[in-house]
Design a protein around this ligand. Structure first.
Ligand code: GCU
Length: 617
């Protein structure tokens, strides 16, 4: 009997987690909501005592000693060996590592708990519990009942709360968060970034009508000839709607008031896809990040969003935005606020990081190595920054494991569904520096094809491997056959040889596609000055960039830009030089105190020159 129960539980769990992305609600910031951000209570539970009994079996739902059950003692004789109180408080959103030294290196389970009162609901309204992200595995319980679980540290998820589950006052919400690393997860055991754990992004109750638009995409139709559309000032826009249930209504009205656009989409027999024509659209670009208020009406409910329209494509060796060749003046960024040593999590953090990026005169950011919080992609939309967005298929993933491929695809779906209406996002990256093998290329090709199927309006890439072994920089990574652009991380002069070797190096690709440097960089301890050959000095890093920029004067004509590694120094447990690193990766152009290093200005000057050059084209 017990065996059958375990099988049933497992199947139910798979069902809940397997389709999490299908139930994902997008554009939550413009929906009716109640924030659950703020002070929660916690229990650190490295032995998972709150989840398993002393025979290491998962505790039953009603087990009074399970940490998802309210531990209020029933009288003075009652024995309770867990509890939540204000002496153990933690802020949400936020990684736990930065909130108390006890968490700095912690990898394991932390139980989060808070209470909330039932919000006022109109007739037939529904409630969903939404998490911007939890790193890495979350099990969510309400009033002792399991709502579901989610794996993946950087993408959103939500669970419906059926009205019967809610009390008027004091609903007991518990989340088991576990950030332990495993070989068969995404990412795997080995990463060059800090494993910040916790409920790292916003938590909110989303309140919806009985029937509502759960997901949608609206963009310029990829197949249109953009030159012709620009000339005629008439554009094809297409996309789809996904309702949460089959609606009684027969149509959704799309309005873009600024251009007098109002069209009905019949949702009776199609899956809600549409192909319409809009006049007088002003296209989005870094130079003119035009966003329109778009309104979607289903029945008597209207959902608004701010959306830009643009077309990105590859034409031979070039990347075109709205039909014009672009050069990507990029910078790579981790989702981290260095001075406070914590995960970035809100719009102020996005403004800070992008403020520095704009100082550098970039038109593009590589949000490495995982989907950043939605404040970043919303800010990129309004600031006019092209975005490379990536899932953490990083280094030595278990490529032979089909379940790992499903985990990667699920994170890819969640990333695409959340941000497919952000004009700034032009590249979906399916991974970074994965070692070439037959299994790896099959795994990665499957991700590339899956991304193309989900979204034909963006370029698909990954940081590929460089075949230095031929005594020249020859890029023939087999995955390059499937990606739209050929991107590589190059470190000549830092990992091997010295910067002056760069100018002699020639680059060639086995693919007639745009070539992009997704990383290039060198380390320097901010404020350490010496002659340029002294490793870790700011002068060495400056020399590296000077030589890199010289090398880029002789790049092949398919060279379409770079996103140097990296905007700001970031924490990494792999960087342990006791004098220059101390747990920091020092390749930032800005140090962990927010001071710009000399190389920052070298790159800035180069970008100013490139901007002028492309303005004249
Ligand atoms: C790699 C990797 C980065 C890493 C960097 C470095 O290319 O993609 O995540 O931090 O190199 O070595 O600093």
């Amino acid at each position: 009997m017990i065996f059958k129960k375990i099988i049933v539980t497992f199947l139910v769990l798979c069902a809940v987690t397997a389709f999490a992305q299908e139930n994902l609600i997008v554009n939550t910031q413009n929906r009716k909501q109640v924030s659950l951000n703020g002070t929660w209570h916690y229990i650190i539970d490295p032995y998972e005592t709150g989840f398993y009994d002393y025979r290491y079996k998962e505790k039953g739902e009603k087990d009074a000693e399970a940490y998802w059950n309210n531990p209020e003692p029933n009288g003075k004789t009652d024995r309770k060996e867990h509890g939540y109180n204000n002496d153990y408080s933690i802020q949400v959103p936020g990684d736990w590592n930065s909130q108390d030294d006890v968490f700095k290196y912690y990898e394991g389970t932390v139980w989060y708990q808070r209470e909330f009162d039932k919000p006022k609901l109109d007739e037939n309204e529904r409630i969903f519990l939404y998490f911007g992200a939890v790193n890495y595995e979350a099990h969510v319980y309400l009033n002792g009942k399991k709502l579901g679980m989610h794996k993946g540290g950087f993408t959103p998820f939500n669970f419906e709360i059926s009205p019967g589950m809610l009390k008027d006052k004091g609903n007991f919400l518990v989340v088991k968060v576990d950030n332990k690393r495993y070989a068969d997860e995404v990412p795997t055991l080995n990463t060059d970034w800090w494993n910040y754990g916790g409920i790292t992004r916003d938590v909110k109750l989303i309140i919806t009508p009985q029937n509502f638009i759960q997901q949608y995409a609206i963009h310029l139709k990829q197949s249109q000839d953009i030159e012709k559309s620009l000339k005629r000032k008439r554009f094809n826009i297409s996309g789809y709607f996904k309702l949460n249930t089959t609606a009684a209504e027969e149509k959704i009205t799309i309005e873009i008031p600024e251009i007098g656009f109002k069209e009905n989409v019949d949702i009776r027999d199609s899956e809600g896809s549409f192909d319409l024509e809009a006049k007088k659209l002003e296209l989005w670009s870094p130079e003119n990040p035009k966003l329109y208020k778009v309104m979607f009406t289903l029945g008597e409910h209207t959902l608004t969003d701010k959306i830009g329209f643009r077309k990105v494509e590859v034409s031979g060796k070039d990347v075109l935005l709205n039909g014009k060749e672009i050069f990507m003046r990029g910078i790579s960024i981790h989702e981290e606020i260095a001075p406070e040593i914590r995960r970035a999590k809100n719009s102020a953090d996005a403004d800070k990081l992008f403020g520095w990026a704009k100082d550098l005169n970039v038109n593009m950011v590589r949000l490495a190595h995982y989907p950043h919080n939605e404040y970043m992609t919303r800010a990129a939309d309004s600031l006019g920054l092209l975005v490379w967005s990536e899932i953490p298929v990083y280094w030595t993933i278990d490529f032979k494991n089909d379940e790992v491929l499903e985990k990667a695809k699920k994170q890819l779906d969640e990333m695409i569904i959340r941000d497919q209406n952000k004009a700034s996002v032009i590249i979906w990256s399916v991974g970074n520096e994965t070692p070439v093998s037959e299994a790896r290329t099959k795994f990665m090709k499957s991700l590339v094809m899956h991304a193309k199927e989900k979204d034909d309006t963006r370029l698909i890439s990954a940081a590929l491997e460089v075949g230095y072994n031929r005594g020249r920089n020859y890029i023939d990574d087999p995955l390059g056959e499937y990606t739209d652009i050929v991107s590589v991380n190059e470190y000549l002069g830092w990992y091997g040889d010295l910067p002056h070797a760069k100018v002699k190096s020639k680059w060639e690709t086995a693919y007639d596609k745009p070539l992009f440097f997704s990383e290039t960089g060198a380390g320097a301890k901010g404020g350490f000055h010496a002659d340029k050959e002294t490793r870790w000095s700011e002068e060495f890093q400056e020399w590296y960039f000077e030589e890199t920029l010289k090398m880029m004067e002789n790049m092949p004509e398919n060279f379409t830009g770079l996103s140097p590694w990296i905007l700001v120094d970031f924490r990494s447990p792999k960087r342990n030089n006791p004098k220059y690193q101390e747990g920091w990766n020092r390749k930032g152009l800005i140090d962990d105190k927010g001071n710009k290093k000399k190389a920052f200005f070298t790159l800035k000057k180069y970008y100013e020159k490139k901007e002028e050059e492309y303005k004249k084209r």
